[in-house]
Design a protein around this ligand. Structure first.
Ligand code: PGA
Length: 253
């Protein structure tokens, strides 16, 4: 399957900065045929650019949505509102949401259901803490996050889901999982999807790796058989590193 090069801007980029980045990216892509799927997780304020960048093959994703459909939830943004911008994706269950905003497995499951009912494709993040890996518990932790997050999600809905494995100890720390560690977990996730659903679902679900992916380590990580691309934070904020990651993905295509 084609690789996915997904950025995650987190809480960075003002409206003018985001517009400048997207215009420069459009210029970079112009005249090129790109196999990889390009997705950028942006703060809500940038989602209005979704329609304008799609023709260049850039898809914008929200970084969260509410578990509620509409109503008196001050400060929240619903899946329907995200969808109405022309955005097709939403990052859900990111460890920063789990850690700082209390998104539990149950809430993440509600958000995934809400996103799917509104025709959004969830990029569902899972990953263990450092302590959990040190205890050798990483596969159990990730399996539980998968089971809880995907509770009630049907086999046909799975066609819309992208999984992102992001070990918490590797996010923004400069420390990356080794290609072998990433491959091992991705294979384990695929196996779990096979037992929760079918072998077909397991093979067709894209599984991204995230956590300090940079141009100098991307080739080894993206080159693993069960890694279908990356969810990239820091290195997606600079045009030259993001385009370098696209170039690396294209080389592997
Ligand atoms: P990082 O972030 O690439 O800066 O480690 C990844 C993420 O949190 O999605």
């Amino acid at each position: 399957m084609d690789l996915i090069v997904a950025g995650n801007w987190k809480m960075n980029m003002t409206l003018p900065e985001g517009r400048e980045f997207l215009n420069d990216l459009k210029d970079y892509l112009s005249g090129k045929t790109i196999q990889s799927q390009l997705i950028l997780g942006v703060p809500f304020i940038h989602l209005g650019e979704s329609q304008g960048v799609k023709e260049s093959g850039i898809y914008l994703a929200a970084q969260n949505c509410s578990q509620y459909s509409s109503g008196a939830y001050t400060g929240e943004v619903s899946a329907a509102q995200v969808e109405s911008t022309g955005s097709e994706y939403v990052i859900l269950g990111h460890s920063e949401r789990r850690q700082y905003f209390g998104d539990s497995d149950h809430v993440i499951n509600q958000k995934i259901r809400e996103a799917l009912s509104n025709n959004l494709r969830p990029i569902f993040c899972v990953g263990e803490l450092l302590q959990e890996r040190q205890n050798g518990n990483q596969e159990n932790v990730v399996n539980l996050q998968l089971e809880n997050g995907l509770n009630g999600i049907s086999e046909s809905e799975m066609e819309k889901i992208i999984i992102a494995y992001e070990p918490v100890w590797a996010i923004g720390t400069g420390e990356t999982a080794s290609p072998e560690q990433a491959e091992e977990m991705h294979a384990s996730i695929r196996k779990r999807l096979g037992s929760l659903y079918t072998e077909d679902v397991a093979q067709k679900t894209p599984i991204l790796y995230g956590g300090s992916v940079k141009p100098d380590n991307a080739k080894d990580i993206f080159g693993q058989p069960n890694v279908n691309g990356g969810l990239i934070g820091g290195a997606s904020l600079k045009l030259d590193s993001y385009t370098e990651l696209i170039r690396i993905a294209e080389e592997l295509a």
